[in-house]
Design a protein around this ligand. Structure first.
Ligand code: PAF
Length: 281
């Protein structure tokens, strides 16, 4: 495993690899790595000759400074977790290296999909994600890039970005990895105390409820009942929506497939999660 901190190191490494005709896989992260990241990285390692994992807490995608400050940073532990994986390169740049002043960038229109759900509640968030992922894709030039489905809307936006800028990368969405009790793995879980960690379970419980009852009562009623599960655990709901998996527009009636997406505040930590729900029509 090699660790690089400059763009130049990645460029030189890539040029050498291209000479050997080796295929690059890419897993972008903000560090504080957990088993969910590890699943993406292991899959990338099994499907590519070499894999780049970027670790960069991207200030541009945080719409609140307090959230940026509180985001866990643990590079040493991250490197220790990845030790032993072969053909892996870690790219851990600082902000100047990630965003050199002279590096051109023209933002893409996010369209309707960027205005819904997270887009409505975290102004500027997806613009920041697109900016950093654009620079990372352009630098790493992978054949395949791996993203978790926990960030369902982000995955949709990354697919748009890939097409808009013409990167031609295979974007691979990987299933959300959960703790044994159902909580979706997230770097933010580290900020929950024991009681909050317990309360946070209400999110996956509510999503399972929607999965089980999809099609068995009205969409409105199921949403109301799912919200009650989360509120009862003391969390504050930012949104709980049942949406079309492709457009992310709210479903008024049950379809064959829909995704229930939730953002809720647990203690001081904002958590998101989602589950695909099928209904028998
Ligand atoms: O999903 C994340 O961790 C981040 O949004 C990403 C894709 C690494 C961009 O900073």
């Amino acid at each position: 495993m090699q660790t690089f901190v400059t763009r130049q190191e990645i460029i030189e490494w890539r040029q050498q690899l291209r000479g050997d005709q080796k295929q690059i896989g890419f897993v972008p992260t903000m560090g504080a790595l957990h088993q969910g990241h590890l699943a993406l990285i292991k899959r990338a390692c099994s499907e590519n000759a070499a894999v780049v994992v970027s670790i960069f807490v991207n200030p541009k995608q945080f719409n609140q400074n307090a959230d940026l400050q509180a985001y866990p940073r643990m590079l040493e532990a991250d490197l220790a977790l990845l030790k032993g994986l072969e053909n892996l390169v870690i790219f851990a740049p600082n902000e100047q290296e990630m965003y050199p002043k002279d590096l051109p960038f023209s933002p893409m229109p996010l369209g309707r999909i960027g205005q819904l759900l997270e887009g409505a509640h975290r102004p500027g968030h997806f613009e920041g994600v697109v900016h950093v992922v654009h620079h990372l894709f352009a630098l790493v030039q992978p054949k395949k890039a791996y993203f978790g489905q926990k960030d369902f809307q982000q995955l949709a936006i990354i697919r748009l970005l890939n097409t808009f800028y013409g990167f031609g990368i295979d974007i691979i969405g990987c299933e959300t990895v959960r703790e044994a009790d159902g909580l979706a793995m997230s770097s933010r879980n580290l900020r929950l105390n024991a009681q909050e960690r317990q309360n946070a379970l209400a999110i996956s419980q509510a999503l399972h409820f929607v999965q089980n009852y999809a099609g068995k009562s009205t969409v409105e009623q199921i949403k109301k009942d799912a919200c009650a599960i989360i509120k009862q655990a003391g969390l504050t709901i930012e949104y709980l929506e049942i949406v079309d998996p492709y457009t992310l527009e709210n479903c008024i009636e049950w379809q064959k497939e829909q995704v229930c997406c939730v953002a809720a505040i647990c203690g001081e930590v904002r958590l998101i999660d989602n589950m695909l729900c099928e209904s028998v029509l």
